[in-house]
Design a protein around this ligand. Structure first.
Ligand code: ADP
Length: 312
């Protein structure tokens, strides 16, 4: 089976909870604290690997404890990490997150090693493309590196899936024609097309605009509403699977992992969107991002049950 290759970010999230968020200059007493491995590149690689597809992540960490811990964690989930560069001049990317009792948060992301990903890493990636079915990209590493990786994948005939997250306004026009499948959520789609996207109608319109910009297929993720997918032939809607959601963090990353896994297994695009929606839905039933990605057995059981009950 061909591999999934992911070119993207690796972070450590440092999460503190307190009854309320401090105002500038104030110190408040926190209630609990934990670290959680994350980064969109790492999350999507784990989502794909957990579904049983050989998955390789290309990116950077710093030579520090967070970096070592991130690598060990990725390996535990079955992600191949031998092309992850340990950058001696930068720290591992971190997100410093404060959450209050009402769920409001303050987040500071410091890209560190992620921000130093460059042509050296693209060279590393190119050597892997011969065996790749799909390349997954996001926007947590420099845009120049994303562009260069997409060009390399197109030259190698590897399908490019771009998750344009976090939302960006200054996406270069030349990137779109290099992308086979783009997968924004509502906010990101709105930023890219310049009008609000919040339902199937506006999502279909946004998908059409993205296709006019040059992408092959545009998939707009609409959270609990489901997914709108526009190809050259048709525009279709896949409703969200009915689940008891407890935490939607990481749902978009789970979706991309599921989508890529199905394509790597040779499924149709429609089937791949269903896989993405199923992986996204299952991830919302557990808290956390990486820790909410499901294994293959759970995934298969979920899909079989949903088909049998006719809910989907
Ligand atoms: P992001 O995390 O990037 O904002 P979404 O929240 O749109 O992405 O989630 C991605 C996909 O996961 C959705 O399109 C949907 O298929 C699935 N999903 C997300 N939230 C739910 C939910 N509450 N119930 C069922 N499926 C969900």
């Amino acid at each position: 089976m061909k591999k999934i290759t992911v070119f993207g970010s690796i972070n450590m999230d440092l999460v503190a909870r307190s009854p309320r968020l401090p105002v500038p200059g104030e110190t408040v007493l926190g209630r609990d604290f934990f670290t959680a491995p994350g980064g969109k590149g790492a999350n999507q690689a784990v989502a794909a690997a957990r579904l049983g597809i050989p998955t390789q992540l290309v990116g950077r960490v710093g030579n520090d404890n967070f970096g070592r811990s991130a690598l060990t964690n990725l390996q535990t989930f079955g992600v191949q990490t031998d092309r992850i560069l340990v950058d001696e001049t930068a720290h591992t990317g971190v997100a410093i997150i404060a959450v209050d009792d009402t769920g409001q948060n303050h987040i500071i992301v410091v890209p560190g090693a992620n921000g130093r990903v460059n042509e050296t890493d693209v060279e590393n990636l190119i050597n892997l493309l011969d065996n790749a079915a799909v390349l997954l990209l996001q926007f947590e590493i420099p845009l120049t590196a994303v562009l260069s990786a997409a060009k390399a994948a197109q030259n190698a005939g590897v399908r490019v899936i771009l998750d344009p997250a976090p939302a960006q306004v200054d996406v270069p026009d030349e990137l779109y024609p290099l992308v086979d499948i783009i997968t924004p959520n509502e906010i990101e789609a709105g930023q890219l097309v310049g009008f609000p996207v919040n339902n199937f109608e506006t999502a279909a319109k946004a998908a059409s605009v993205l296709r006019q910009k040059g992408v092959g297929t545009a998939i707009v993720k609409l959270g609990a509403q489901g997914v709108c997918c526009a190809t050259a032939e048709s525009t279709f809607f896949v409703p969200a699977f009915p689940v008891q959601a407890v935490d939607t963090v990481g749902a978009g990353d789970a979706f991309n992992g599921g989508l890529a896994a199905a394509l790597a297994e040779g499924q149709t695009l429609h089937e791949a969107v269903v896989w993405g929606a199923a992986a996204g839905a299952i991830s919302t039933t557990k808290s956390g991002a990486m820790s909410s990605m499901c294994d293959r057995a759970t995934f298969d059981t979920f899909l079989i049950k949903e088909w049998r009950t006719g809910e989907f």
